[in-house]
Structures are given as C-alpha cells and as structure tokens.
Ligand binder design. Structure first.
Ligand SMILES: [Zn+2]
Ligand SMILES: [Zn+2]
Length: 275
C-alpha cells in the first residue's frame, strides 16, 4: 500500500464514530504522511449527520491543535465535506470535498441518497414515476452542476447511488443508458482540474466490493487526462485503510501509474502506484 494518507475522514463532530485525536493517532501509527479531516459541513436539516453549526468553530480549532501537535511528523489538514445543500462556506478550510447526498423535496425537505434504502425507493416511486434511471439522471446532473459551479479540489464519491442500488436494483448499472448518462455527466468535470475521488468507504461498511466510482468511469477519466485521489471516507479509525490495496490494484489495472494525495509539504502531491 502506497497511499499513506486520506483526505476524507469523519469524526464525532459529525456522524463519525472516532474522535479526531484518535483518528490522527491511528493514521500516524499506520505511517501516514498526511491526513485531511473532512467532517460533514453544517446544514440546516438532518442535524445528526453534520457538524452542528454552533460547533464549526470548535471543529476548526481542534483540528488546528492536532495539526500543530503533529507538525514535522504527519501533515494534518482542516477540510470539510460540503454537500450541495449544506450551508457552510469554504473559507477557513485548507480544502473541501464536493458531494451530493440528498434530493430536495417539495416543501423544502430532503431525501437522503445513501441512507435507508426505503427512503430512496419512495423518492423514486413518488417523484420519479418509479423510474430509477430518472433518479440517476437527477443525481448526476446535480453533482455535475455543483462541481462546475463551485470548482472544488475533490469530487466526492461520484456514483454514490450505487450503494443503495446494490440492494434496490432501481436501474441496471450495466445498461448503455445508465453508462452514457454517468459518462456524459462526468466528462465536463475532467476539464475543471478537480481530483476524482476513488472512495473505499462502502467497502469498509460492507455495502460494495469495489470503490466509487465504477471501473468504466475511472477508465474514461484516465483517457480524458483526469487525476484521482484514493480516500477511505473513514467513519471508524479501525477501517482507515480498508480497501486501499484493492483500489490501487484497480487503478493500476486501468492504466494509472500514479495518484494524488495530500502532501507532506505541499497541499497536493503525486505518488507512484504499486509500491
Ligand atoms: Zn459523503
Ligand atoms: Zn464522507
């Protein structure tokens, strides 16, 4: 394993199970050269899932303290995972991840995409006429437009809806219609310079056997000259590097000879795969 970093970890400030300090201890014990904290950004709904708005200052302060503590040994970054519907500014953070976790419902409510499968199933039935592919179209267009408008450093778990589709079979992941839809939405993002996240979080939590995004998308991204970053989207320090070996092997099999990670001395650095 050559990653030795994760630019996507959660803590008890949001829905993570591990306190920030323990996460840093675990990363350092694993020989990490860098670690980026990215709790879910404050939002005005689903409060159990994100940093409470009144805790955002404490979150930044604690990560800054950890950063100082590990200076010279492991470079720690203060990041945040911003949802399209979060209410958090990127100011004061070293970097952020742009993700979409919700659909907006009439009346200002939100339907989570990667939480309880029955919620996504109801959304498809009630708002997409039972058409899972229509739901996928809405998800990918939302994420595409978010990335094009905000120009983030990292695109989070591009095909997140695979998590619930594995159980619900709302659409056929191998159909030409789905493939073309996801590729068409990914294509313009390659020109933004954003890093496409290879996210192993669903492997650690037992939902999927391969990372987000699918090999078809990763292969196309490579052909378009895009760069990738392997992240564990870790919510529990025991799984900080779960899936990393498989992600590296997958990228190598698709022709990638390097990936990008948070650097020890610079924000982003390339490193060779397979070493
Ligand atoms: Zn996420
Ligand atoms: Zn996350």
């Amino acid at each position: 394993m050559s990653v030795l970093s994760s630019a996507h970890v959660h803590t008890t400030y949001c829905d993570g199970k591990t306190p920030a300090r323990e996460m840093a201890e675990r990363a350092y014990a694993l020989g990490f050269i860098s670690l980026g904290f990215t709790s879910h950004a404050p939002q005005t709904f689903d409060p159990g899932y994100c940093i409470p708005p009144e805790q955002e200052g404490a979150y930044k302060a604690e990560i800054s303290g950890i950063k100082a503590e590990y200076a010279g040994r492991m470079t720690v970054y203060t990041g945040v995972e911003r949802d399209y519907y979060s209410c958090c500014s990127a100011d004061g953070y070293d970097f952020y991840i742009a993700s979409v976790h919700y659909f907006l419902l009439p009346g200002g409510h939100h339907c989570p995409i990667d939480a309880a499968p029955e919620k996504l199933k109801s959304y498809v039935d009630e708002h997409c006429g039972g058409d899972g592919l229509e739901m996928a179209r809405r998800y990918f267009t939302l994420l595409r437009d978010y990335v094009l408008a905000s120009r983030p450093p990292i695109i989070g778990h591009f095909d997140l809806l695979r998590k619930n589709n594995a159980a619900l079979h709302l659409y056929d992941e191998n159909s030409p219609a789905y493939r073309d839809l996801s590729l068409d939405c990914l294509r313009p993002l390659a020109d933004t310079g954003a890093l496409l996240e290879v996210n192993t979080g669903a492997i650690a939590r037992g939902y999927l056997s391969t990372p987000y995004p699918s090999p078809v998308l990763l292969k196309a991204w490579k052909a378009w000259g895009g760069e990738v970053i392997i992240n564990s989207d870790c919510h529990d320090a025991r799984f900080l590097t779960t899936g990393y070996d498989d992600a590296e092997a997958l990228l190598s099999s698709l022709g990638y000879d390097h990936a990008v990670r948070l650097g020890k001395d610079v924000l982003w650095e390339r490193y060779p795969l397979g070493q």
